[in-house]
Design a protein around this ligand. Structure first.
Ligand SMILES: [Mn+2]
Length: 320
């Protein structure tokens, strides 16, 4: 364990005692780790009789997670004004999308680039998912129910891409076993998470694969999704999840880059094999993990941005 969970849990407990209510948040454009971790914490607190609300600043949260217990409780606003904030899977305070000035915040995350914005920071960069952080913090304090375990398990399989990411180790399987022993219905979670894709997500995958370009001796792959393509197929942000992994899976590729043109900016996702892409993301004001990072830029054309990214790769000497 990289961080002193027992000591952090003591402070966490004290903060819980000092507040009459709790607001659980996760980052905007949430992925299953954000939603799953938040819901797991939500049930854990509910079961102890706490007054809890759960919110996310994004209106359009991924509908394929609606099988998770409590999904329908996720609101788009914060109603409690003096509650303890628990922020899940969010590397910075602005990624939460709400005005949190003057609030007491528990920052529960695993991004190495986390800005430590909390009153209490429980940030474990060695954890493969934020739900792993939640598990280490919460499981010694109070029972983990089937509801919480299911949400944490969904978060875990998502952030590890079904136990295949480069940071996998035996402890993750042990954790999965612990969660499953609380009654997680594995086939059901698998069905809901993997076999319920939208048509738009496959159409837009086709667009992305068509756009594939290889440069620098095929060590760098670019995929580009234009706004027109998304509008044409009705693809939402969550329909693009995992697409960049296809580019990384190519034998020669060390860095895969996906550029997604949006209304006011371009969203860039970086994935790598063995090289550190968080350095590239940081250069553009973003963050993430060694092998998976991202950032957003405004006021740049796709072409110019591609060149800028290649230049930063050169400067930072990320390619081997
Ligand atoms: Mn995560």
């Amino acid at each position: 364990m990289a961080i002193p969970y027992p000591e952090l849990a003591t402070v966490f407990n004290r903060l819980l005692d000092e507040h009459r209510a709790v607001t659980i948040l996760s980052h905007v454009n949430p992925d299953p780790d954000a939603i799953g971790t938040a819901l797991g914490v939500y049930h854990w607190l509910k079961e102890q009789g706490k007054r809890v609300e759960i919110a996310n600043a994004t209106v359009d949260i991924p509908r394929n997670l609606d099988f998770l217990p409590g999904f329908s409780k996720i609101k788009n606003k914060i109603d409690f004004d003096d509650s303890l904030i628990i922020a899940c899977d969010s590397g910075s305070i602005d990624r939460l999308g709400f005005d949190l000035s003057g609030r007491v915040i528990v920052n529960l995350d695993h991004h190495p680039t986390n800005t430590q914005y909390g009153t209490l920071n429980i940030v474990d960069p060695e954890a493969v998912a934020s739900s792993e952080v939640a598990w280490h913090l919460l499981s010694p304090l109070w029972e983990i129910s089937r509801e919480s375990a299911t949400a944490f398990y969904a978060a875990l399989i998502s952030d590890t891409r079904n136990f295949t990411t480069g940071n996998m180790h035996q402890g993750v399987f042990d954790l999965a076993g612990e969660l499953v022993s609380r009654g997680v219905n594995i086939p059901e979670v698998t069905r809901q998470m993997l076999h319920r894709r939208s048509l738009a997500s496959l159409r837009i995958l086709g667009v992305a694969i068509d756009s594939l370009e290889l440069v620098r001796d095929a060590r760098v792959a670019f995929m580009t999704i234009r706004r027109d393509d998304r509008l044409r197929w009705g693809a939402r942000g969550s329909d693009l999840d995992g697409i960049v992994d296809y580019a990384r899976s190519l034998v020669t590729v060390q860095v895969a880059v996906m550029l997604v043109e949006r209304k006011n900016d371009i969203k860039v996702s970086l994935r790598s094999k063995g090289v550190d892409v968080v350095r590239i993301a940081k250069h553009f004001g973003g963050g993430g993990h060694r092998a998976a990072a991202g950032f957003e830029v405004q006021g740049m054309e796709l072409e110019a941005l591609r060149e800028a990214i290649l230049n930063v790769m050169e400067e930072e000497d990320v390619l081997s």
